[in-house]
Design a binder for this molecule. Structure first.
Ligand code: ZN
Length: 498
């Protein structure tokens, strides 16, 4: 085999992996959106077969031999093919280090834990979930020790979602956020409250669907490659640059909820829709990490979507679809869309208090994986942190430790990427402003300028660079969270007239 033959093989292998992922993803999307309730059994069978086939394909002798060959000829590879080799190596290290039986047992555990978590949340009873969370934590620690004995176990967890992120980087990052956000929030809480009563004006769902279509048009989401579905908890699935699905949830008495879901998920979709053509059907297609993905979705949702200019741009359509709202000015709507108020639920949190919710989870995860807290003590720790960071008393587990699904699925180390994404977005805005007048572009319905910039700096690279490297290239220097804290200070000073 020569290098060219190996690359041909690699292309073939990744195309097959793409095909399994595509089929699997379509089944999941169908399940979440339109599939009839009774379709679970055959879907479960099909997904089981597909998972096994795809596992064998990616870990089989041929894939291993190919990886070994690529590593031996690393110096002869292009930067693209080196990156593909590194990504395969990272995956393979995991699959090689964790015994198959443990991997299967862990998958079964998280499967079961997810339904137990749902039940526990419904009953607001952490005790039901506690043994499962305990076992998940034990597995995570064990996997960390097996896969990366050289690494801090929580660093290993972080690295799974945001390659290269460490506890050390998180500490510095969250410290800066805390120092700025806590006093800023105090000022906001002392300011004159903003009227939000009109946000519950009934906005019929069919009219909200029209609003979604308008938002997708403003964001230049191509209709032929991106559609919207309706689900309980909105998400985005990108199959390829030709097919991305976003979702939303409509509440008749809270139209902003769906409006900002569409803008957020639309930001994810734009990223997935703009990978360079040459990455199609390879492991380099699509977004590189959770943090970078969230930087794009939150950039659209908060920085663009909650700007005065964007609200003014959408206002005529809002009033056309829900004439009762015409009694409110665009200014009043913009302020109401930016209200900051400590609350118990992360997914409903505003832009300013959101990072505090993430910090609670970060402290919890550090303690779980660091091993100095028992599963039984976690709710007490959660409640104490909410009191400390947000000044709130947590009334029950449902509104406390049981609110998020992540840990039940084994997603420990995932949360920090949300806050990191927000901070990346603010530094991107700073750079974007050096190149053109962003406010003017939004005001004049010229979001194509914003998209072109993001495509050039971020989207087209797919997964070619490691997350931090991609961002540093876009920033033209190191990541600096003070762009984010400055942005928040400027914005909330304006919204509240501080
Ligand atoms: Zn998101």
């Amino acid at each position: 085999m020569n290098v060219q033959e190996a690359i041909d093989k690699l292309n073939e292998l990744e195309l097959q992996e793409f095909a399994y992922g595509h089929a699997f993803g379509i089944l999941s999307w169908d399940d979440e959106t339109v599939a009839p309730k009774g379709s679970q059994i055959p879907r479960g069978k099909t997904m089981g077969v597909l998972s096994e086939l795809s596992y064998k394909l990616s870990t089989g002798d041929e894939a291993r031999a190919l990886l070994d060959f690529l590593k031996e000829h690393y110096d002869e590879l292009t930067p693209e093919d080196r990156r593909r080799t590194d990504l395969r190596e990272k995956n393979m290290r995991e699959l090689r280090a964790i015994p198959m039986e443990e991997f299967v047992a862990y998958s079964q555990l998280t499967d079961e834990a997810s339904s137990v978590w749902r039940e526990a949340k419904r009953k607001s009873d952490y005790k039901l979930f506690e043994p499962y969370l305990g076992k998940i934590i034990d597995y995570k620690k064990r996997f960390a020790a097996l896969v990366r004995p050289d690494m801090d176990p929580y660093d290993y967890c972080l690295d799974q979602y945001e390659e290269g992120l460490t506890r050390e980087k998180c500490e510095a990052f969250f410290k800066t956020l805390r120092e700025h956000i806590v006093p800023l929030l105090e000022k906001v809480m002392a300011a004159k409250p903003i009227d939000t009563s009109f946000l519950s004006t009934p906005f019929p769902v069919p009219a909200q669907r029209e609003l979604s279509a308008k938002l997708m048009e403003l964001m230049r989401l191509p209709k032929d490659n991106c559609i919207i579905g309706e689900v309980e908890h909105p998400f985005t699935t990108g199959f390829s640059k030709y097919d991305v699905r976003i979702t939303t949830h409509y509440f008749e008495d809270n139209f902003l909820s769906s409006m900002y879901s569409v803008v957020h998920e639309g930001g994810h979709a734009l990223y997935d829709l703009h990978s360079d053509d040459r990455f199609c059907f390879t492991s380099l297609e699509g977004g590189v990490s959770m943090g970078v993905h969230e930087s794009q979705s939150r950039f659209y949702e908060n920085i663009i979507g909650r700007s005065r200019e964007f609200v003014e741009l959408v206002y005529p359509e809002i009033v056309r679809l829900c004439p009762t709202l015409a009694s409110q000015s665009p200014e009043a709507l913009w302020r109401a869309a930016n209200v900051a108020q400590p609350s118990l639920i992360r997914t409903e949190a505003d832009e300013l208090t959101y990072p505090l919710h993430i910090m609670v989870r970060y402290e919890m995860e550090k303690a779980m994986i660091g091993g100095d807290v028992k599963p039984a003590d976690l709710p007490g720790m959660w409640n104490a942190l909410y009191k400390e960071y947000l000044g709130l008393d947590v009334p029950d587990d449902k509104n406390g430790i049981l609110q998020d699904s992540h840990w039940s699925g084994g997603g420990i180390g995932y949360f920090p990427s949300y806050a990191l994404g927000s901070a990346y977005g603010a530094q991107l805005l700073h750079k974007m402003r050096e190149d053109f007048d962003v406010r003017k572009a939004v005001r004049e319905n010229d979001l194509i300028q914003v998209n072109n910039w993001l495509e050039e700096k971020i989207w087209k690279y797919g997964s070619l660079y490691k997350p931090a490297e991609l961002m540093e290239r876009a920033f033209g220097g190191p990541f600096d969270p003070t762009y984010y804290t400055d942005y928040l200070e400027r914005k909330f000073t304006e919204v509240y007239g501080l």
